[in-house]
Structure formats: structure tokens, C-alpha cells
Design a protein around this ligand. Structure first.
Ligand code: ATP
Ligand code: MG
Ligand code: MG
Length: 552
């Protein structure tokens, strides 16, 4: 179809399908390790993995890569499933690498029997020493020439739990002189007497990523195993195992560049540290580049999907600017968000010529305001107005500086959708701070236009004081002040921005906002887009500004 992304992965899949490779089928998998929640980098992999499957009428399986018992938790599994659903994808199936522990074990015995794997008693240090380095061939282990019978016996005893952690490993017998370090007798199993969140205490040995991954792909019927560039050098090993096992229609691995952003980190380990150190409130703090964080912040899933699709899939590592992602968010919210009025830093405005009714109570007017000029079908709402209002502190200066066109004494401005008002005087506290502005209104400007064609230079938002609802707003700066966190010192946390969140309590918002649903994003007129926190009452996260405010 014409709107398919154009990139090397789509080219490869198209060619395979046309040539009827692997039955012309397309099956992918998304294989996160459940040792943390998903981040924006994972969203890219999800869009590629699920996108390829959808675009070619194939299927994509979610496979939890649970081969490290110590770090994995069921909470993360549930979070991952939830995040994928929120992003708009549905796995054809949910599998776990641990589903295959039995078959992987049998295959390992088969390779041992054929002299293609051996038990190594060296310490982890000796093994890594013996590996050598680039331009420096490895040294064969003194245990490399054990007989298949001895290896099988030792391997079975490893599996039976006879040996302590780290005392032995199973290695593939490939080539200690290979240019490719991955082929220098890679480890297939290590001993870990650890409780696994699914298999419990059944296994004292666990497969490595390299041993588990390609074989799990094969067992599931994956055709295209798409991963990130750091696995490129593992591809010969991926192919080697499948070849030895004579897997028919073996899957193939393809690699693309990781998605990374300026001013943040996309590494579960580092994100976990931010959580553990209490620098953020949790994995889904609105400053986190996690799916949960972006969701709380108010990023639409569709904006994340479009960004990931349109940013391209390449084999060159690069960093995207956060601003680029924000522009997708802003574009979608501009279409979708309801407009509301909210005053973040309130200053009282009293209209001295406002009328009272027969009982001496101030008159209450209602103005009909448009919910979203981009979507007339969203209709209008009634917004109450009286002679006592909240306006933004920034919108008034007793003595206006040059080029300041908002309210000041003697100046007339428009209160959005209501009336023209002219400031006449101020009330100050004992320290000389302005605590109230006095003004008069022109009843002829009802609705916000003067019949005599008189113009004003500024239109301001407002909230009726007796009708206002109290709210809290969280404003955000970048979580890391450096464009590339850790660039200077190697430690990203050195570049944390200590002022990444500013909490404003005592905000005053129009009554309609009390009805907003958790997770909804609204536009506070003139202030930006704000997401309603799903858990806290009347708490709004600033998603993005109305325009790019970060540009230098
Ligand atoms: P981390 O370093 O954050 O732990 P990871 O690669 O170890 O990342 P996994 O849970 O193993 O995380 O990742 C699952 C899938 O998501 C893998 O296929 C991986 O390549 C992909 N992925 C992870 N991070 C990114 C990223 N920044 N950009 C694109 N794909 C990513
Ligand atoms: Mg990983
Ligand atoms: Mg990792």
C-alpha cells in the first residue's frame, strides 16, 4: 500500500513475502525483559514490531524475555501488557521465554551430545580473560575437550542443582579465534539458585539471552526478529544455533537504530535509579520518558505512534529532539483538546460598577464559549461571570513596562468572551504588594466587542471568583538540563535538572473543569495543554505549551 513506511525492514519483508520465504508468512515479536516499565524507546520497537505484522497481515507476539530471575517481577509484566494496549496494539499472544525452558534444555543436551557444547569449570573472570579482545584471539578453556558423555553428566548435575552459583557454565563450542567475539564459545547456561517469578524454584540454571532468543523465535514461528543495532554482532551466533539445530524455515534477525532523545535517558537501569533515589515520584511520574509517564503527562498514544512511524527506521544511531516529539503532541491536542479558562497565579479583579439585583446580590451573567474552535461539533458551554474575578498576576502591571499591552491603570482590555474592562486603581497589602485590581466595565461590550468599533490590544482569560474551583498545576522543565545527559562526566545523573517540576497550588479554574475526566487533556487558554491527573483530585500536569517554548 502507498502509505507503508519506506525503510530497509519493510523492503526486506516485502521481498520475503513476494518470494514466498518461510511460507510467505510474517510473524514478529516484541521481547521486553520484565525488569522495568516500558519507555519511549520501546514504543519505537513496538511500532516497528506490531506495525510490520499489521501492515503485512501477519501476527506479533508479546514475549516476556524472562531469563534473569533476580531482576524480574510480575508487576512489570502487567505494566508492559497495559502499556502496549494503551499504545493501541494487541499481541496475537502473550508468551514467556520461560515457556521454553524445557525445550531449550533438551536442545542443549542435543548440542552437547554432538560435541557442540561443553561444561566449563573456569571462574567468570577466567572465562572473560580467556575470551581475548579485538585483534587478540581467545584462549581455549582447559575444559573444552571434555567428552560428550562427561559434559552430559555435568550438565545434568548442574540442572539437578548440585553445584553452587557461578561454579560452572555451559558454553557453545564454536571458535575461540573468531573475529567476532560473540562466537568465542558463548555462554548458554549459568547456574543461579534463584526464585523465578513464573517457574519458581524449578530451575537452578538459566539460559542466556543468546541461547534463548533465536530458539524462542523459532518455537513461536517468528519470521522476522527485529531488534536494535547492538545485537548486530550477535546475528552470526543467532544463525549458528538455528543452523546446528536444523530448524526449518528459520527466523532471520534484522537490526535498527535505537530511538533516543535529547534531555532524557532511555535505559531501564537509569530510569530505575531515578525511581529508587526518589528523584521522581515513580515510574509513571509525568517527567519520565516511560509510557506511563508520557500517558500521565497527557501525550496522546496516537501522537507517539505517528512520531515513531514518521521519524524513520534506520541503521544510524542519532538523538531526536524532544521538541520534535512535542510538535506531534501539540498538533493532536490542538485538534482534540477542549478549551477552558484557568488562572494559575491568581490576582483579584473587582469591577466597581458591576450591578446588583433587587436583593442587593451581585448579578451573575453566563457567557456561551466555544469548546474547541477546531471542532465545532464539540459545542459550547456556559461560563459564569460576576463583578469579582481572578486574573493572572502576569496580566497586570501597575506601571507597565515598554511594550506591555495587558492590563494597567487607565488601560482597557478585553476579558475573553465577556466585556471590556479598564483598570482604575489597586489595593495593596502592608508591604506594598498589589492584592486587588479595581476596574470598571463597559456594558455595551457584552460578548467582547465594542459597538463603536473601539479596539483593545489584549485579550485575557479570567475565572469568576465565587464560582472558581481550586486546583493544583504541575509545570515542567526538562528532567535533564544537558542535551546529552552525562556527556561531560559520563554520569547522566550529574546533569539532572533540580527544578524540573514547579507545583502551583491555589490555582483557580472555571467550574467546567471539575467535570473533566482523569487522563483527559484540556487546553488552558493562553497557557498550554494540561492533563487531568487520574489519581489526584483537581491536579493538572502541563503537557506542552501552545508553541515551542524551548527553542533558543
Ligand atoms: P534497556 O537498556 O532500557 O533495558 P533493553 O534493550 O534491555 O533496554 P528490552 O526490554 O530488552 O530492553 O527491550 C525490548 C525490545 O525493545 C528489544 O527488542 C529492544 O531492542 C527494544 N528497545 C529497547 N530500547 C529501545 C530504544 N531506545 N529504541 C528502540 N528499541 C528499543
Ligand atoms: Mg534486553
Ligand atoms: Mg536491558
Amino acid at each position: 500500500a502507498a502509505d507503508l513506511p519506506s525503510n530497509f525492514i519493510y523492503d526486506a519483508v516485502t521481498a520475503d513475502v513476494e518470494q514466498g520465504q518461510r511460507g510467505g508468512r510474517v510473524q514478529t515479536r516484541f521481547p521486553p525483559e520484565p525488569n522495568g516499565f516500558l519507555h519511549i524507546g520501546h514504543a519505537k520497537a513496538i511500532v516497528v514490531d506490531f506495525g510490520v505484522a499489521d501492515d503485512f497481515g501477519g501476527r506479533c507476539v508479546l514475549r516476556l524475555d524472562d531469563t534473569n530471575p533476580e531482576t524480574e517481577e510480575t508487576d512489570f509484566v502487567d505494566g508492559i501488557i497495559n502499556d502496549i494496549a494503551w499504545l493501541g496494539y494487541e499481541p496475537a499472544e502473550v508468551r514467556h521465554a520461560s515457556d521454553y525452558f524445557g525445550q531449550l534444555y533438551l536442545w542443549a543436551e542435543e548440542l552437547i551430545g554432538r560435541g557442540l557444547a561443553y561444561v566449563d569449570d573456569q571462574t567468570p573472570e577466567e572465562i572473560s580473560q580467556g575470551r581475548g579482545g579485538f585483534g587478540r584471539p581467545g584462549v581455549e578453556s582447559p575444559f573444552r575437550d571434555r567428552t560428550p558423555a562427561d559434559n552430559l553428566d555435568l550438565f545434568r548435575r548442574m540442572r539437578a542443582g548440585e553445584f553452587p552459583d557461578g561454579s560452572r557454565v555451559l558454553r557453545a563450542k564454536i571458535d575461540m579465534a573468531s573475529e567476532n567475539m560473540q562466537l568465542r564459545d558463548p555462554i548458554m547456561y549459568r547456574i543461579r539458585h534463584a526464585h523465578h517469578h513464573r517457574t519458581g524454584d524449578e530451575w537452578p540454571i538459566y539460559p542466556t539471552y543468546d541461547w534463548a532468543h533465536g530458539q524462542s523465535d523459532a518455537l513461536e514461528g517468528v519470521t522476522h526478529s527485529i531488534c536494535t543495532l547492538e545485537f548486530e554482532s550477535h546475528r552470526p551466533l543467532y544463525d549458528w544455533f538455528l543452523r546446528q539445530l536444523e530448524v526449518p524455515d528459520a527466523p532471520r534477525q534484522y537490526e535498527f537504530a535505537r530511538l533516543e532523545f535529547t534531555h532524557t535517558v532511555t535505559s531501564k537501569r537509569r530510569l530505575a535509579k531515578l525511581v529508587a533515589d526518589g528523584i521522581v515520584d515513580g515510574w509513571d511520574d509525568a517527567r519520565m520518558p516511560t509510557i506511563g509517564g508520557l500517558r500521565r503527562r497527557g501525550y496522546p498514544a496516537s501522537a507517539i505512534r505517528s512520531f515513531c512511524r514518521e521519524v524513520g527506521t534506520t541503521r544510524t544511531n542519532s538523538r531526536q529532539s524532544m521538541e520534535a516529539l512535542e510538535s506531534y503532541v501539540r498538533r493532536e491536542l490542538n485538534e482534540a483538546a477542549q478549551r477552558r479558562m484557568a488562572v494559575l497565579r491568581p490576582l483579584k479583579l473587582t469591577i466597581t460598577n458591576w450591578p446588583v439585583d433587587g436583593d442587593g446580590n451581585p448579578v451573575v451573567e453566563h457567557f456561551e464559549l466555544t469548546n474547541n474552535p477546531e471542532r465545532p461539533e464539540d459545542g459550547t458551554r456556559q461560563v459564569p461571570f460576576t463583578g469579582q474575578l481572578w486574573i493572572e498576576q502576569d496580566d497586570f502591571r501597575e506601571v507597565p513596562p515598554p511594550k506591555y499591552f495587558r492590563l494597567s491603570i487607565g488601560r482597557e482590555v478585553r476579558l475573553r468572551g465577556a466585556f471590556f474592562v479598564t483598570a482604575t486603581d489597586v489595593v495593596k497589602d502592608t508591604e506594598g504588594n498589589v492584592v486587588e485590581v479595581l476596574a470598571t466595565y463597559d456594558p455595551a461590550t457584552r460578548g467582547g466587542d465594542a459597538p463603536d468599533g473601539r479596539r483593545v490590544k489584549s485579550t485575557m482569560h479570567w475565572v469568576s471568583l465565587p464560582h472558581a474551583v481550586d486546583a493544583t498545576a504541575a509545570l515542567y522543565e526538562r528532567l535533564f538540563s544537558a542535551e546529552v545527559p552525562g556527556d561531560a562526566t559520563g554520569e547522566p545523573l550529574d546533569d539532572l535538572n533540580p527544578n524540573s517540576r514547579e507545583l502551583l497550588t491555589g490555582c483557580k479554574v472555571e467550574p467546567a473543569l471539575a467535570e473533566a475526566a482523569g487522563g483527559e487533556v484540556v487546553q488552558f487558554e493562553r497557557l498550554g495543554y494540561f492533563a487531568v491527573d487520574p489519581d489526584k483530585d483537581m491536579y493538572f500536569h502541563r503537557t506542552v505549551g501552545l508553541r515551542d517554548e524551548w527553542a533558543a
